[in-house]
Design a protein around this ligand. Sequence first.
Ligand SMILES: *Cc1c(COP(=O)(O)O)cnc(C)c1O
Length: 364
Amino acid sequence: MSRPDRPPAVAPPTPSGAGDGLRPAVVAMAGYAPGEQFNDPDIVKLNTNECPYPPSPRVIAAVREALTGDKLRKYPQPLGDGFRKAAAKVLNVDPDGILIGNGSDDILTILTRAFVPDGGRVVTMTPGYVLYKSLAEIQGATLTQLPFDGDWQLPDPWPAAGAHLTIIANPNSPSGTVVQNAEVTRVAQACGGPFVLDEAYADFAESNGLGLLATLPNLVVTRTMSKYYALAGVRFGFAVAHPRLVRELVKVKDSYNCDVLSLAAATAAIEDQGYYADVRSRIVAVRGRLTVALSELGFRVTPSHANFVWCVRRDRPVKPIYEALKARKVLVRYMVYPSGEGLRITVGTGPEVEQLLAELRRIL
Ligand SMILES: *Cc1c(COP(=O)(O)O)cnc(C)c1O
């Protein structure tokens, strides 16, 4: 296109953000880059930790039922009372201590907005879940990222007391490692502020932090239906905390942050523990085979308590491996941290993992 003879009367908004009214904190941030999402059915998708099996048939039935009568015409329950009752029974917690969210990312947003002032401080671990950084930046807060030690454990003594919010994923992503409850307790007491345990993957692990809620008033445990419950497309997550705290957090959330369909799906899913126990045992079995096979191919694989494994190499960069896999329609997650790079690979079905391994043998 040729240049116009005269400049336009009104200058177009500059991408730098100067003068367009955006908060400087928003202009300065890079923004969270979610994992790649493709609709190509031929792609073996092992990059964003979705469950490789379908959700419980009871979920499909519940969503169908939610489409009947005038349920779509009316607003949903603002606090998700039906879900809270069902989840409280399964998890053995107080229903008033459950806060529902449009995915657990919504829950993490609510927590950041509720606890972190402009100019505040958020503390987390690295390598860890990258979204916490974006949440802190939106809020105009600084993020302190403490390095895990060589065994993926927390620093002792805890060096970052007094933060407005401390968030740790347990099991951690991308490592799949777990911090034991005694350590969670030590840090929750030492951090001197709200402490969030992001348990997106706790359903795959042998222990979790829900039992600590009775003794740690500053603890918030977050969960998602996206991974274990095979409902990433539905968007539902929740937090468990002291009911007094949940009453305050409710003021920060959108009034109707979960819709009728997601509430129906999440409630049916959490009620069908038998179905998901079967899914878990399949994933744990494939995870074991994947770990052994990747080690045989020369990767250093961190023993995982989640539905993915983290693997690194000493002898060669892994980005070309990620790219070669992608060219062969196998998608894994390539991640770079200050401490180094690696591949995070979701535990798929047995055949999916066999295909990954066959391609890796050809590439390497
Ligand atoms: C996937 C994930 C979440 C977010 O899950 P939602 O889909 O938003 O419910 C939160 N934390 C960690 C560590 C995750 O991996």
